[in-house]
Design a protein. Structure first.
Length: 312
């Protein structure tokens, strides 16, 4: 009995301490979201006014998800809410955040560097906003990231050389329709788990690096509406899982590499509006899953292969 009486206050003290830590963490998350709320300048659905009340738990706010155990914020999904405003640096304090989706709003300004502290992030969707500045190099430290979309913004400059150095789990990288320029760096091949890569509707120039052939898990490769030149690298034949290939509206020249006949999973191939030459290759008929093929606005010559539709 004496031993039990001795330990009781200690256990009570430990429980009280854990509760204090937990409460402090919740307050930290709330402070971060209140700062975010204060940076929203347009709220057409009155979500902030009617639901994001500082007198209620942030876990009850529309768009906020907490885990059931720690009651920490693990997801922020405010897509399609018509919000306008900037992203505050306090967002870095949501240290348990796994998923953030702010797409289809009107957020503007730069991405705060503090977001590099969100080391648990696996999903980041910020597409269709008005974000500016360069693609931040700190994205490369979010080593749990699996999905990254910055599509349809106003990002400028080059891709960071190290963006894929520490992103072995990245499955989708979507930078469609920005104002990015420079060359597509061979370092992208370090994102070895990529299944989808979309760099379309930018101002990339130079050649497609041979290292693109190392992205052997790739299912979608979209590079259309850029200023890419040179020949289509034969190393693309290594992309045996490729389903969709879109290289239209660039300055590619030369023949289609015969190795592309190995892309037996292709269902979509668009190579229009380039400077491709030679005859329409007869090996196209082996791509028996092909549903869409566009070779318009090129410099192909000769007759159509007699067998082109035998297996399509």
């Amino acid at each position: 009995m004496e031993r039990a009486c001795y330990y009781f206050p200690v256990g009570l003290l430990l429980a009280t301490s854990l509760l204090a830590v937990s409460t402090g963490d919740i307050i930290t998350d709330k402070s971060a979201l209140v700062a975010f709320k204060n940076h929203i300048v347009l709220d057409p659905q009155s979500i902030v006014v009617k639901n994001w009340s500082i007198s209620s738990s942030v876990c009850d706010w529309i768009g906020v998800t907490c885990d059931s155990g720690r009651q920490r914020v693990v997801a922020l999904n405010i897509s399609n809410m018509g919000f306008a405003g900037s992203i505050p640096p306090q967002l870095e304090n949501l240290s348990f955040l796994v998923s953030v989706d702010m797409s289809n709003n009107n957020f503007y300004g730069h991405l705060p560097k503090g977001m590099s502290h969100l080391r648990r992030l696996s999903f980041m969707a910020l597409g269709n906003n008005i974000l500016t500045g360069e693609i931040p190099s700190w994205l490369g430290v979010l080593d749990r990231l699996q999905y990254l979309s910055l599509r349809e913004n106003n990002f400028v400059g080059h891709l960071p050389a190290n963006i894929c150095d520490n992103l072995p789990n990245l499955k989708e990288l979507d930078l469609y329709w920005n104002q990015l320029s420079g060359q597509i760096l061979s370092g992208l091949s370090n994102c070895s788990g990529l299944k989808s890569l979309d760099l379309s509707a930018n101002q990339f120039n130079g050649y497609v690096p041979k290292a693109a052939g190392n992205l052997k898990m790739l299912e979608e490769l979209h590079l259309y509406y850029n200023n890419l030149e040179g020949t289509i690298p034969p190393q693309l034949e290594n992309l045996s899982f490729l389903i969709s290939l879109e290289l239209s509206s660039n300055h590619f020249r030369g023949h289609l590499p015969e190795g592309m006949s190995h892309l037996c999973r292709l269902s979509f191939m668009a190579l229009s509006n380039n400077n491709l030459t030679g005859e329409i290759p007869s090996w196209l008929d082996v791509l028996d899953r092909l549903q869409y093929l566009s070779l318009t606005e090129n410099n192909f010559l000769g007759d159509l292969p007699a067998n082109i539709c035998d297996n399509l």
